[in-house]
Each structure stands twice: as structure tokens, then as C-alpha cells.
Design a protein around this ligand. Structure first.
Ligand code: GLU
Length: 425
């Protein structure tokens, strides 16, 4: 039975690079009818943290990367590692140094046929004797990893290429036990545009941060997959179900993947645009509440209308508060200097005329609002821009946004009229 695993260390939040390793394991297993195991590598008690473990599991679920087996926790399996280390001790393949159990390395050449990198050869001459169990009784990463991969029947190890140098060490342990060596596939790390591994200095690196900003998991998954994998045909938008059916390790690119936030934002916008308005509105509620723009008793159908105006423009959902605040603020709003200058340019009589006409409209529809505006423009012999720009600033304190007449209709007669009435410059 084909079996893979994702083995996060809960010493930090789930990094985008780790999420991508989880994704490739998940896709590989599902595509081949295999099993996806989750193993939490928390044997280093000092550095591991229960809250982080919970957060990592939650992030994986949010991404939709549900595991079939586990989670196993290395911290609960210490006796097992000890037993295996003692076996090697008894066979004189390891020795004691104080309380620590150390593996004796013999010179040899080790070759692997990496499923992504191809053939890689290592010379164990450059590898010093390896600690199996530390003097505090905890196992080292390399040792616990091998014992677990064997015990759990892992057939393929798909992980970041930062682990390539660990591979010969792990293979030596398989040899010492006489266990079958699994297949390895090392995936290229995610890099920053200027070189170097994607790090916090560059921007958000944790899955949780993207979740909090309102990225859709489908978009993040699509982006992470396409960083170094693509189905035939160079398409950019690929759903998880399509990935599941088309995934193969052989299409993973071995050149380093470069992180590009603009690309991720573009993809997220596409996914938001294609989602049902109701779903996006629901997801936006928590952002708007956090920013105190709506209370518990908000009008959901009004919110849906607002979302319809912005769906194609949001890079991520938390932006909603910034770009659509004027729908939820009280009638009287503060204006920027730029807005004030534009508002001042329109004759006071035209503002009064607009207010009067709007008040008379029974149906405050986009069409009626536009008609009223066009009539005033024609009567006064002014240019459309002379009324449209000041009006947009007066109602939104912004120079750009959704279609003006539609926006006014969604704002509603009461608030639109009230806002024009209380302009103070
Ligand atoms: N705990 C290791 C890590 O997070 C796992 C490496 C592996 O997949 O073997 O990097």
C-alpha cells in the first residue's frame, strides 16, 4: 500500500513551504489511491508547543488537506525509539557516550534516485557519527523519523529539499536495521525574488497569516501547487479536484520556486470573483465586525449587494473594511483634502438639485439615479465629469471605486441624501 506522510515540527507556525510539502503528499496519495499520514514531530519538548500543534492541524484542515491516519505524536513514542536505539547498541552498531546513544558511521558511497532531483550520490566520509538518543532521553530528528517511517509503513518520502543532506544519514539507519529504504522526492524550497529562502522579513510566511487576511484556501492551494507544478497546457487556475486527478511527481519542476505575492493576489481575486456572493459576504462578516463597521444585527441582503460591487476587486477579504467602509459608516463622513477640493468645485445649487431629485425618486434604482444626473448635466450644459467626480468623493471620500450610479443605489436613498446634506468642508 502506497503511504506518505506529512511530519511538521510544532516549533513554529505552518510555513507556506511546509504547507506545500503537505499538499504534494496529499495529492500524491490521493492520486494513487494511497494513504496520507500526519505525524507531529514534537519529540523536542523544549521547542515544541501544544498551541502551535493545534494551529498547524487547524491550518491543514482549513486548506482541505485532511489526513487518513494519525495524527501520531512523537512525544508519545519515546520508548519505541529507545528500544530501537538499544537494539543497535546491542549489535555494536552504536555506542554509548555518557547517557547518549551514538551511531557509528562507516565510510561508503550512498546513491539515491530522487524522484524529483534524479540521482544524488553522498560520501559518508564527511558524515560524523550520529546521535540517535540524546543524553536527556529524547531521540534526534533523523533517528525518530526513520523509526516512524518504518513503523508506519511509509513508502514515499516527499519533503523540502532542505532535507537532502539528512537523507544519507537516514539511509544508514535503514541499512543498519536491514529495512527497506523508501523512495525519496525532495521538492524545491520557496525562495524570495532576490534569492534566499522565503522569510518573515519578506512578508507573511505562515498559512495562518494568509487565512487571517482573508485569502481563500482554494486560491492558496492553487498558488502553492503552481509554484513548481503545472498540469499540461500551462493553465493557471486549477482546482483541487483537477490537481488530484492530474498530479504527478514527474511534473514537479526542480528549479527553485520564487514567491510572488502579486500572483497570489491575482489568483485570490479570481477565486473570490468566481465564488457565490453569499459565501463571500458570509466570510466578510468577521472582518467588518472586527473593524466595527457592522454590529450583530446587520442586514445580510444589503451586505450581499455591497459584496457584489467589490467581488472582482478584492485582493483578499480583509480589504473589504478599507474599500467599502463608506457603506457602513454613518451619513456624515470625514473628507481628505483632495476630496474637499473636488467637492468644492461643484456649484451649491447642483448639490441641492441632486438632493431634491433623489428625494423625489420612488425607485432609487441605478437607472433612475443615472437619469437624474444626466438630466442635470444636459440642463446646465456641463460635462459629466464635473458632476461625477465631486459626487463620488462626496459619497465615498475616494477617487475610484465601483460604478458610481450602482454604488449610489446600493448606498440607498436615505443615506445618500443624508450624506450630501451633511457635507462639511
Ligand atoms: N519535521 C521535519 C520538518 O518539519 C520533517 C522532515 C521530513 O519530512 O522528514 O522539516
Amino acid at each position: 500500500m502506497l503511504k506518505v506522510r506529512f511530519a511538521p515540527s510544532p516549533t513554529g507556525s505552518l510555513h507556506l513551504g511546509s504547507a506545500r510539502a503537505a499538499l504534494f503528499n496529499f495529492l500524491f496519495a490521493k492520486n494513487k489511491g494511497g494513504k496520507f499520514v500526519l505525524r507531529v514531530e514534537d519529540s523536542d519538548r523544549q521547542r515544541s508547543n501544544k498551541e502551535l500543534t493545534a494551529e498547524i492541524l487547524e491550518d491543514l484542515c482549513w486548506l482541505g488537506l485532511q489526513w487518513d491516519e494519525g495524527p501520531y505524536f512523537q512525544s508519545e513514542r519515546i520508548d519505541l525509539y529507545k528500544k530501537y536505539a538499544e537494539n543497535l547498541l546491542n549489535e555494536k552498531k552504536a555506542y554509548l557516550e555518557g547517557e547518549a546513544i551514538i551511531f557509528k558511521v562507516h565510510p561508503q558511497k550512498i546513491k539515491i534516485n530522487d524522484l524529483i532531483y534524479g540521482e544524488i550520490e553522498f560520501d559518508t566520509n564527511v558524515i560524523k557519527d550520529q546521535v540517535l538518543m540524546k543524553s536527556d532521553g529524547s531521540p534526534t530528528y533523523n533517528f525518530a523519523c526513520v523509526v516512524d517511517d518504518y513503523e508506519m509503513g511509509i513508502t514515499h518520502i516527499i519533503r523540502g529539499d532542505d532535507h537532502i543532506s539528512n537523507t544519507p544519514k537516514q539511509i544508514m539507519f535503514y541499512q543498519a536495521f536491514g529495512w527497506q529504504i523508501p523512495k525519496f522526492a525532495h521538492i524545491p524550497l520557496i525562495m524570495e525574488a532576490g534569492g534566499g529562502r522565503l522569510s518573515k522579513r519578506y512578508g507573511a510566511t505562515a498559512v495562518g497569516e494568509y487565512r487571517q487576511r482573508g485569502y481563500l484556501p482554494e486560491a492558496l492551494i492553487n498558488y502553492l501547487a503552481l509554484l513548481s507544478w503545472a498540469p499540461a497546457g500551462n493553465r493557471e487556475i486549477v482546482s483541487l479536484s483537477e490537481m488530484l486527478s492530474k498530479f504527478s511527481l514527474s511534473r514537479i519542476n526542480k528549479t527553485k520556486a520564487i514567491f510572488n505575492i502579486d500572483k497570489l493576489n491575482w489568483l485570490n481575486t479570481q477565486y473570490i470573483k468566481e465564488s457565490k456572493t453569499e459565501k463571500i459576504a458570509r466570510l466578510c462578516v468577521s472582518f467588518l465586525q472586527k473593524d466595527e463597521l457592522i454590529s450583530d444585527s446587520y442586514d445580510f441582503s444589503h451586505l450581499e449587494k455591497v459584496i457584489d460591487l467589490f467581488k472582482g476587486r478584492l485582493k483578499y477579504l480583509s480589504q473589504i473594511s478599507e474599500i467599502a467602509a463608506y457603506f457602513f459608516l454613518p451619513a456624515k463622513i470625514e473628507y481628505s483634502e483632495e476630496a474637499k477640493q473636488k467637492i468644492k468645485k461643484l456649484d451649491k445649487r447642483i448639490w441641492d438639485e441632486l438632493i431634491k431629485q433623489w428625494e423625489n425618486l420612488d425607485d432609487f434604482s441605478t437607472e433612475n439615479i443615472e437619469r437624474v444626473c444626466r438630466e442635470i448635466i444636459a440642463e446646465r450644459g456641463i460635462k459629466g465629469a464635473e458632476i461625477i467626480h465631486p459626487l463620488r468623493e462626496a459619497l465615498t471620500n475616494m477617487a475610484v471605486g465601483p460604478g458610481l450610479f450602482e454604488l449610489i443605489s446600493v448606498l440607498g436613498k436615505e443615506k445618500a441624501v443624508e450624506r450630501l446634506k451633511c457635507i462639511t468642508l
